[in-house]
Design a protein around this ligand. Structure first.
Ligand SMILES: Nc1nc2c(c(=O)[nH]1)N[C@H]1C(S)=C(S)[C@@H](COP(=O)(O)O)O[C@H]1N2
Ligand SMILES: [Mo]
Length: 516
């Protein structure tokens, strides 16, 4: 067999193996099993600090595009690696035909990758989009890896042997035309497998988070309680979990005297608490809508922690989602009666995208801490860090007081001659878990202020809605600004000492143009 033929056969066999393996990964993903296609991205993203992360996101056109780019490059990278691997394999097999033995190829192409992937991806192996407990999920993920690598290895070896086998018939010709025909057969198989993969990819794309990740709630439509379908949404996932509650459980572990696991029904049977709480993403801009308010029903976390009896060195609580998202809160915050494990949202079962069957509600802390699809609560020491915290967000995760003008829109125009009534100004103010005691409006860019009317007071944990009427005296360009005072008497302002990645503070302003 010539060198060229060995390389060519290896390349083709490797590519076919890669296509079969990728299709199998997509199939596993469709069943909620974690595959390298997404968890490599999860593993890597904690190493990208917020600055580069935001600029990368800006360059590719948003979080959704970044995720697509992530999966796309993982698939391409995977195919590139197997193509090169196939060529090297071709050359080695030509030199040392004995190396084609199953023992040898299995070790190189199955065992070795399993070990390498298990080590490199260890922290994210316990991911399950079906909601399996973390330790079971880790095993299932590894079995999935093994299956994928096994199919790769068998396809590679079988295709290579098929391409390079000698004809035992009369003419012992090696390359043409037989190998051409065989290559054709293999390519056809490859195209069929790739077609199957593409169909699965389309199905997964439709189920993916691209259609709703980044949903905002703002403007004229804002009501005191955000309807579930309109509640803002942020997820790190390409495809969100759809938890099977029969497979799922909640673990309480770490620095506790009594470890425990809870079935869903046992949690629901505990004394419950219902409260309105507003959530806001740490990345929410002054004029943006990554903020919403809902009525949550659930169990105070304290009730579970009391039973678990935290050890004296426990200082933080780490929440784990089934999607391998984690975040931490101080133990004192976890013990507040308003820190909940919620299973209902606005009177309905928690929707899938908002964390079914159970999520954390941590009033006054940024959305990041309200871990969805919760499956483990771990008591840890003071140094524990969460997903975004490891990236470098924070260190402050307590929401500053924020207000937004929802009506009128930025750059609105009104003509004095046509105005039949005063202009209505409306919006929201949010004071973390401190509540809102006062809202003021300015029509001269913050030089003078006058009170607005709070027409919906949401309580300490949720936003308040306010409005006022404005009759401009003269034509001109106006800058409207809003500021609130929280329940502790602190007036909303730009906080100079708040770090770059601890959420923005300051006042929302809009331009309004008044003509004669
Ligand atoms: N398990 C899990 N929980 C999570 C996230 C996630 O990606 N996975 N995203 C967090 C972020 S960044 C925010 S802002 C809130 C958003 O909650 P919502 O989508 O229900 O509004 O959930 C948080 N909890
Ligand atoms: Mo967020």
């Amino acid at each position: 067999m010539s060198k060229t033929k060995a390389i060519f056969a290896g390349l083709l066999a490797g590519l076919l193996g890669g296509i079969v393996m990728t299709t199998l990964m997509l199939l596993l993903a469709a069943f909620g099993v974690a595959t390298p296609l997404v968890i490599i991205g999860d593993r890597l993203s904690v190493f990208i600090s917020p600055g580069p992360f935001l600029s990368l996101m800006g360059k590719v056109g948003g979080y959704n595009h970044l995720k697509q780019l992530g999966v796309g490059s993982t698939i391409s990278g995977q195919l590139l690696v197997v193509a090169i691997g196939g060529m090297v394999f071709g050359l080695v097999a030509r030199r040392y035909p004995a190396r084609l033995s199953a023992m040898w190829t299995m070790s190189i192409f199955v065992l070795l990758p399993i070990i390498a992937f298990a080590i490199a991806l260890w922290p994210v192996l316990g991911t399950s989009y079906l909601g399996l407990p973390i330790d079971v999920a880790r095993l299932v993920t590894l079995v999935g890896f093994a299956l994928c690598f096994f199919f790769f290895e068998r396809t590679l070896v079988a295709s290579f042997q098929f391409l390079t086998m000698r004809k035992v018939a009369k003419h012992d010709y090696e390359f043409t035309p037989a190998v051409g025909r065989r290559a054709f057969v293999l390519s056809a198989i490859g195209i069929v497998a790739a077609g199957g993969g593409a169909a699965l990819a389309r199905k997964l794309y439709r189920a993916a988070t691209f259609s709703y990740d980044g949903t905002q709630y703002k403007g004229r439509i804002v009501e005191p309680i955000t309807p579930n379908e309109m509640f803002y949404c942020v997820t790190k996932n390409v495809v969100d979990p759809r938890v099977d509650v029969d497979l799922w459980h909640l673990e309480v572990s770490g620095l506790v005297q009594n470890r425990a696991t809870w079935r869903f029904q046992d949690l629901v049977d505990l004394p419950m608490r219902e409260q309105q709480t507003t959530l806001m993403c740490i990345s929410n801009g002054l004029d943006a809508g990554l903020i919403s308010n809902a009525l949550w029903k659930g169990v105070p976390l304290r009730d579970l922690l009391d039973r678990a009896a935290p050890l004296s060195n426990a200082a933080r609580v780490r929440f784990h989602g089934v999607d391998n998202y984690t975040d931490t809160i101080p133990l004192e915050k976890a013990m507040e009666p308003t820190t909940l494990l919620a299973y209902e949202m606005n009177g309905a079962q928690l929707p899938d995208r908002h964390g079914y069957p159970l999520r954390a509600i941590v009033p006054g802390y940024f959305g990041e801490k309200h871990v969805k699809w919760l499956t483990r609560i771990e008591l840890t020491d003071a140094d524990a860090k969460g997903f975004y915290e490891t990236q470098g967000w924070g260190p402050d995760f307590i929401a500053p007081t924020r207000s937004r003008i929802d009506v009128p829109e930025y750059d609105s125009r009104f003509s004095l001659g046509e105005l039949k009534a005063p202009i209505e100004i409306k919006g929201i103010s949010y004071g973390g878990d401190r509540g809102i005691s006062r809202v003021e409006l300015s029509f001269d860019d913050g030089n003078s202020w006058r009170d607005a009317k709070i027409y919906y007071a949401g309580g300490d944990l949720s936003w308040s809605l306010w409005k006022t009427e404005w009759t401009p005296d003269a034509a001109g360009d106006y800058v409207l600004a809003v500021r609130a005072t929280d329940g502790e008497g602190d007036v909303q302002e730009f906080e100079e000492d708040r770090g770059w990645f601890s959420g923005i503070s300051g006042l929302h302003k809009i331009n309004v143009h008044i003509t004669a």
